[in-house]
Design a protein around this ligand. Sequence first.
Ligand SMILES: *[C@@H]1O[C@H](CO)[C@@H](O)[C@H](O)[C@H]1NC(C)=O
Ligand SMILES: *[C@@H]1O[C@H](CO)[C@@H](O)[C@H](O)[C@H]1NC(C)=O
Ligand SMILES: [Mg+2]
Length: 253
Amino acid sequence: MKPLLSTFMLIQNLIVILMTNNKLHATHAHDLLGINGGGFSCESWLLGVETNNLRGWKTVPRGCESFVRQYMIGKRYGDDSAVVVGEAEKYARGLKLGGDGKEVWVFDVDDTALSNLPFYAHRGFGARAYNKSEFDVWVNKSRRTALPQSLRLYKTLLSLGIKVVFLSTDFKHDRDIISANLRKVGYITWEKLLVRIHGVKLSTISFKSSQRKELQQEGYKIVGNIGDQWSDILGTPEGDRTFKLPNPMYYVN
Ligand SMILES: *[C@@H]1O[C@H](CO)[C@@H](O)[C@H](O)[C@H]1NC(C)=O
Ligand SMILES: *[C@@H]1O[C@H](CO)[C@@H](O)[C@H](O)[C@H]1NC(C)=O
Ligand SMILES: [Mg+2]
């Protein structure tokens, strides 16, 4: 009778432990999924963002700030970016180059080549976190880090003989800041660093596609194009193949 009783108690304890654990897991998963007040999961919101079904959003939805933080500073953002870059490298390695050195790969700058994550990680990911003047001061100090996966792609492309063109919607007066920051984090050389001329009022899509068109007119062949915004990769000519890095922090029209 005694061994049976203790076995029973052991099993009972196990059940209690398992239930508590499950409850902990459930709470944890709930946080990670960020089921917010709006009744949708932040995972669903993220999928909508990445597929460009949700457009023109101004800020991370209320209730998804901690989800976005977890996504960005946890492992997931790096993992998702690595899938994009892994595919880009596989594609690049399979290319037959013409031998004339005219193949280029277009990189967006913000949150593609250079990461603003340290700023947002410090300030937060919701509407009230962003302060343009503080952001500008921060950017001017070359505080942007390299997005590690993009830097890896950059190095792979150079080793293959594909040249890199950086294409930013920042203005001409920011050009020196961008190039200093690029060099500081390991982007040591490039074919071109294209920025906006002050006063030119074009949408990102119009500006970037017109710059890509000029590249083609100069005889370059755009074999690849990578950005964190759909506006980096939409609009003709978009390049032979486009790659979209994740970015649930902000949306650029
Ligand atoms: C943004 O930051 C600057 C500098 O710290 C501060 O003076 C300004 O009041 C802030 N603006 C807002 C809207 O919080
Ligand atoms: C950042 O640097 C640019 C170029 O030097 C300058 O025009 C701008 O005023 C600076 N902005 C801030 C906030 O320091
Ligand atoms: Mg960008």
